[in-house]
Design a protein around this ligand. Structure first.
Ligand code: GLN
Ligand code: ZN
Length: 761
């Protein structure tokens, strides 16, 4: 059956940095004053041209425009609607510098707050709104990109953060009245969006994509009403482009009907979520285009195209105007797997980065009309899926047997916390209000240089190890001099808290060029879990041993927990996440046991990602927290009662995961508390938290050295709210981004404040 009009294919957005992170370099050079705004613009213009050409050359019919950003698409939306707080307008001369002032601050102002974009590892800047905000349309950036694409002969589809998502992600400005809600600004904002849509229409845009991912969160009825109202208003304009409303990352549930009935022309639906496919099949989309997001925009695996094709065929039976698409912007994946030449052909064939996903989209679109013509692409997928499924590299019987043999008892400590506390106290003999740090000490230039030199072969492993041992010696000496009670080795040998372990675990692979934007110009290269995970040999023991050999005081062992190991990697899509977590947990459990056998009495397992990995839909959270907490306990429960297990998380608002934190059954948890002025201690008390807890008393995000008096005040508050026997004294987080000349006086003040408060309780 040959379909006369071939099915189109598109992507919802594209990585911005360029094949060699050219954008990062150009922006940082502009910031450093080494190049002009015009030079930056010319690099950016070139990158856009190349990206669209790649898309068009590979059969993408409509290219997204306006998603390209110097920093962040939510910040772009804020400037597009004129939501620029006055202090930024005052803080810089040009529009570009005002933009960067909002993004990263300057001498005169602090930046806007930054937070995670849904449950991804991308961070956006939080717009600040108040009743005094007056929106004003500035479509110049969108129009310029549209014009550039059109001039190059492309059919362009401008991409805008939608008005609802914009307001739902915004926060009240500090000077806004307490009861102010950003959503109350919907009507004036819609006026501005209508104006921008009209301008894009006049400039020749046939379609405009409005991204409304906030509709996949659990929204109360009044928000769904607001969505109805917004789409009615924008859809009823007479001179407007066709509107494609894009949602992604989770099930639409109630919002599906709102969208399906809205007077818009198309929906982009995340069809990697089976419920969304069912919703379309049951409801149909009469008169609307469906961009069926079957290719996962958040993961890096070659798709099972036969499976995707089957979904598309079912959808094609229900929808008049079907377009094959990515589930979300491809911003969340690296650019080009074919550049990973250090991987062998088999491994590489399993990977689909942004460029490979475009080929998959094209294959699917072709196959819908003429399967024969799509044979090469379909065959490639079949081969990759088949070899990944059967490969000995993804399946390790020993690991599987280990996971299968896990009993409930393995995930529980031998005794309850109260008993453990007694024996640990006897073993460690720590004073009341013991002092410690979170793990890392300043990552000096010398350390980074040593790592680079090792990578380039300029020094050998022995020389590198010697440099690390020297650094550990210096860090131990510093902590003894300051008088901390539980010491750390300082983590000098770790490039990153996930990558370091990923490099040593079987089943993980590292990429060479797999950069993904984390925020602004900061990019990360997440490791990839491709097979069953195990630990061929100890990972941290020798470093810990060296540190402990230098001091009589206990040195904490330091590991990254299973949830965080998953959250900051690309994970397998061929087994449940909980299964992968259990494998990582067992690998860590081996390490915990080895540390204990080597004499380590305090072991910290960091889980900063526990909260950010919470599923977007509340109904999915209990199941997640179940495997998340179980895998932590599995990693840490092999030890004797005398061994003290610590954990650490980088936030203060733990309210919604309080029970989960308790379920970890760690003897001590350190959390961030400085910025909130220790209100955390009251919350912990109210929640009835009875185990050890170190609410942070030193804000490590700032170069400021807190005085002993400030620390004493925070601690006094902590021991007022909690039982003094519970309280530990520590910074908010690791010290790796600070300088030694800040850390030394800050920790000295922390130790003296602890002594002062100890004398009062
Ligand atoms: N142990 C790590 C450190 O001190 C913890 C970092 C984190 O919580 N993100 O750097
Ligand atoms: Zn932290």
């Amino acid at each position: 059956m040959i379909n006369p009009t071939p099915t189109p294919a598109t992507v919802l957005g594209w990585p911005r940095q360029g094949p060699k992170r050219e954008l990062k370099r150009a922006i940082e050079s502009y910031w450093a004053g080494r190049s002009s705004a015009a030079e930056l613009d010319s690099v950016a213009t070139g990158l856009r041209a190349d990206a669209w050409k790649l898309l068009a050359d590979n059969g993408i019919d409509e290219v997204p425009t306006g998603d390209f950003s110097y920093y962040d698409h939510v910040l772009d939306a804020a400037t597009m609607v004129g939501a620029i707080p006055q202090r930024y307008r005052d803080a810089a001369e040009t529009d570009l510098d005002v933009y960067f002032a909002m993004a990263r601050g300057n001498d005169a102002v602090a930046p806007l707050e930054m937070t995670k974009w849904f449950d991804t590892n991308y961070h956006y800047l939080v717009p600040e709104l108040s009743p005094a905000t007056t929106f004003a349309a500035d479509a110049s950036r969108q129009l310029a990109h549209l014009a550039q694409a059109t001039a190059a002969g492309h059919t362009a589809r401008p991409v805008l953060v939608g008005p609802l998502t914009f307001l739902l992600l915004a926060k009240a400005a500090p000077d806004a009245p307490a009861d102010f809600e950003p959503l109350s600004l919907l009507d004036p904002l819609l006026d501005v969006y209508a104006e921008i849509l009209a301008a894009l229409h006049d400039a020749g845009a046939q379609w405009v994509q409005l991204d409304e991912p906030a509709l996949v969160l659990d929204q109360p009825a009044h928000v769904l009403d607001a969505a109805r109202h917004a789409l009615d208003r924008l859809g009823s304009a007479t001179a407007r482009p066709k509107l494609l409303v894009a949602t992604y990352f989770a099930a639409l549930q109630d919002a599906f009907e709102v969208l399906a009935e809205a007077p818009v022309d198309g929906l982009a639906v995340d069809c990697t979520v089976p419920e969304n496919v069912t919703a379309v099949l049951e409801h149909g989309l009469p008169g609307k285009r469906l961009v069926a997001g079957v290719i996962d925009g958040r993961n890096i695996w070659t798709a099972d195209l036969d499976d995707k094709l089957a979904i598309l065929r079912r959808l094609a039976g229900q929808v008049d105007d079907l377009v094959v698409g990515s589930s979300c912007s491809l911003l969340h994946v690296p650019l080009d797997a074919s550049k990973e030449v250090s991987l062998d052909d088999e491994l590489r064939s399993w990977l689909a980065f942004a460029r490979e996903k475009v080929l998959e989209l094209r294959t699917l679109a072709t196959a819908l009309g003429d399967e024969e013509a799509a044979t090469p692409g379909l065959e490639r997928s079949r081969q990759a899926i088949g070899s990944r499924h059967t490969s000995a590299r993804t399946h390790d019987d020993t690991v599987r047997a280990g996971v299968a043999a896990v009993s409930d008892a393995d995930a529980h400590r031998r005794s309850a916390f109260e008993q453990r506390r007694e024996v640990q106290q006897a073993e460690l003999g720590l004073p009341l209000l013991p002092t410690t740090t979170i793990g890392s000490f300043p990552q000096t230039d010398a350390l980074r240089k040593a790592r680079a030199a090792l990578r380039r072969g300029e020094i050998d492993q022995a020389a590198y190890d010697a440099a690390m041992r020297d650094e550990i010696g210096a860090v131990i000496a510093l902590q003894e001099e300051i008088g901390l009670d539980v010491l750390v080795h300082g983590e000098p040998e770790r490039n990153d808290m996930v990558q370091y372990f990923a490099e040593q675990l079987d089943g993980y692979l590292a990429t060479t060029h797999g950069w993904v934007q984390s925020y602004g110009t900061r990019c990360v290269r997440p490791p990839i879990i491709f097979g069953d995970v195990s630990r061929p040999e100890p990972m941290t023991v020798r470093w810990w041993q060296h540190a402990q050999s230098l001091t009589q005081r206990p040195v904490k062992g330091m590991l990254t927990g299973p949830v965080t190991m998953l959250a900051w990697s690309f994970v397998r899509d061929d087994q449940p996440l909980g299964d992968t977590a259990r494998q990582v947990a067992l690998a860590l459990r081996d390490e915990v046991s080895d540390l204990e056998s080597a004499g380590c009495r305090v072991i910290q397992v960091d889980e900063p990602a526990l909260r950010e990995t919470l599923p977007l839909r509340v109904a999915d959270r209990a199941a997640y927290l179940d495997w998340a907490t179980e895998s932590f306990r599995l990693a840490t429960s092999s030890v004797d009662d005398t061994t003290q297990v610590h954990t650490h998380m980088c936030y203060a608002d733990f309210g919604d995961i309080f029970a989960a934190i308790d379920d970890l059954d760690a003897d001590v948890i350190s959390l961030e508390a400085t910025r909130s002025g220790m209100s955390l201690a009251d919350e912990l008390h109210t929640a009835g938290y009875g185990k050890g807890v170190g609410p942070g008393v030193y804000d490590i995000h700032s170069p400021r050295v807190p005085s002993a008096d400030e620390v004493r005040e925070l601690l006094t508050r902590a021991v007022g709210a909690l039982d003094a026997r519970q309280v530990w004294v520590n910074p908010d987080c690791g010290l790796k981004t600070r300088r030694t000349d800040e850390v030394r006086p800050a920790l000295a003040n922390l130790v003296s404040a602890a002594a002062a408060v100890r004398a009062t309780v």
